[in-house]
Write a protein that binds this ligand. Structure first.
Ligand SMILES: Cc1cc2nc3c(=O)[nH]c(=O)nc-3n(C[C@H](O)[C@H](O)[C@H](O)COP(=O)(O)OP(=O)(O)OC[C@H]3O[C@@H](n4cnc5c(N)ncnc54)[C@H](O)[C@@H]3O)c2cc1C
Length: 451
């Protein structure tokens, strides 16, 4: 008899994982705590409830990385995409979804599947044996959170994300910025030039502080309240504490010499740190923020060198339970210390409905393959799904790991194409063409392995 796969959490990731495993012939039990135990954001007992916006973002599979993820999930017979398409609402190029009928249809499709059982109730401990996927999302219950923390160590499970904005390296003006670590620290040249620095004069700094103070901010959701801890204050809160606070904190100009103007001492310096092994993304150090997205782009483009910056993601601070996947998971999404347990969805450190569902798709297929006695390797990093899994299980900087949504900065560059804004359309098309071929090959390979 085929082993059963247990999935904790019937959200976007758990629902997709269950569907993928069941369609491969593996019996699945979904353990979902709602409606018996609620969260501050969920309103129903349905599986795959969308807790906030009703958008799956861009549906453009040629020019947008999340649109490409839609395409890959459709090609893999994903349940979430099937039902999102069925309950699509008009929204221009975006895929907006009629959320209640969507969640009800996902629930119905799973309950109607002969291999799927729903077992209501909260799971409070990490299971000792059997095959499991933990897909409990950003609002993982406290008891299970504590159990995960006991297994992984306190510093490897976060309850809030504090995301600094991430900029595409090729959109930074290097005639203004320069590479240097503070006091040239480090043994190797790479370490001595690990940071990208953007200098500010006094008037630029003053204007920047004014803009920060005036910018529109978002509030925490009701019930989501965060106690800021001092290492992680939003920059605008630091600015509120005093106009000079940032200049003595993340924007301090000491130990740095402007490579373009060595005789001019900057009044303040914004530092960016490499965010992935590919070197295509840089995060603005210490710039976690609750500013609204529109305000963030306006304010951050005031930083010299970032006037034309393109953002792979903007900053934020939210209630969000996630593990340090780069250190804890192997490339098959298994917990290294307990390989019978996989993690999937937002709890792995991806961000967003679509990304979470795609990690569910992958975990469901990998777990089912294992139960069927086969090994399913991850998809190649040239695909959107592969780029995400490669990032969270290895490509990301473990020390500064924060949730990530899919973006082209996670993809290996395509050689021989024009950089900068002008070449962007051709570049994105080249990425997505390459991804579609690679995804079809990987799906074909998985099917062959399953035959
Ligand atoms: C307030 C808020 C707003 C958000 N807004 C957006 C948005 O607008 N757009 C977007 O793309 N993303 C948004 N997100 C992120 C969103 O939650 C994820 O993108 C997506 O829901 C993650 O899917 P998931 O399956 O990983 O988690 P979820 O969809 O949250 O599913 C996890 C499931 O696990 C269950 N569960 C938790 N603990 C246990 C347990 N111990 N035992 C059994 N069941 C358990 C939960 O009840 C839940 O059903 C938001 C998140 C929050 C918290």
């Amino acid at each position: 008899m085929t082993d059963t796969l247990h999935i904790v959490g019937g959200g976007l990731a758990g629902a997709e994982a269950a569907w993928q495993a069941a369609r491969m012939g593996v019996p699945v039990v979904i353990h979902e705590m709602r409606p018996q135990v609620g969260t501050f954001a969920h309103k129903t007992g349905d599986l795959a409830e969308m807790v906030c916006s009703n958008s799956f973002r861009s549906d453009d599979s040629e020019q947008n990385a999340v649109g490409l993820l839609h395409w890959e999930m459709r090609a893999a017979d994903g349940l979430i995409m099937q039902m999102a398409d069925r309950h699509r609402l008009p929204a221009g190029g975006a895929l907006a979804v009629d959320r209640d009928p969507f969640a009800q249809s996902v629930t119905r499709a799973l309950l109607d599947h002969p291999l799927v059982t729903l077992e209501p109730g909260e799971i409070t401990a990490l299971p000792e044996d059997g095959r499991w996927i933990i897909a409990t999302g950003p609002l993982t219950s406290s008891a299970l959170g504590a159990a995960i923390q006991a297994e992984t160590g306190a510093e490897r499970l976060a309850f809030f994300d504090a995301i600094a904005p991430i900029v595409y390296a090729d959109s930074i003006d290097m005639s203004v910025a320069w590479m240097q670590s503070r006091y040239d620290k480090g043994e190797t040249e790479a370490e001595q030039k690990a940071y990208l620095n953007c200098p500010m004069t006094k008037p630029q700094y003053e204007a920047f502080i004014d803009a920060l103070l005036a910018a529109d901010k978002t509030e925490f959701h009701e019930g989501e309240t965060a106690k800021y801890f001092d290492g992680c204050l939003p920059i605008e809160v630091m600015a509120e504490r005093g106009r000079e606070t940032l200049r003595h904190g993340p924007m301090k100009p000491v130990g740095l010499t402007n490579a373009h103007k060595p005789d001019e001492k900057p009044y303040a310096v914004v530092q960016l740190r490499r965010d992935n092994a590919l070197g295509t993304l840089y995060n603005i150090v210490g710039f976690q923020t609750k500013m609204k997205y529109g305000a963030q782009t306006d304010v951050f483009r005031m930083i010299p060198g970032l006037e034309n910056a393109s953002f792979a993601r903007l900053g934020g601070i939210h209630r969000n339970t996630f593990i340090n996947s780069p250190t804890l998971l192997d490339d098959r999404m298994r917990l290294k210390s307990r390989p019978n347990i996989r993690f999937a969805g937002q709890v792995t450190g991806v961000e967003g409905y679509v990304e979470s569902a795609s990690m569910g798709l992958l975990a469901g297929r990998m777990a089912a393959s294992e139960i069927l006695g086969r090994d399913l390797p991850p998809p190649p990093p040239e695909t959107a799904t592969g780029a995400l899994i490669t990032h969270i299980t290895g490509g990301a900087e473990a020390k500064t790991f924060q949730p990530m949504n899919v973006n082209f900065g996670l993809f290996p560059p395509v050689d021989g194409l024009k950089g900068g804004r002008r070449g962007r359309k051709d570049r994105y098309k080249a990425y997505t063409d390459r991804a579609k071929t690679a995804w079809a090959d990987w799906l074909g390979q998985s099917a062959l392995d399953a035959a």
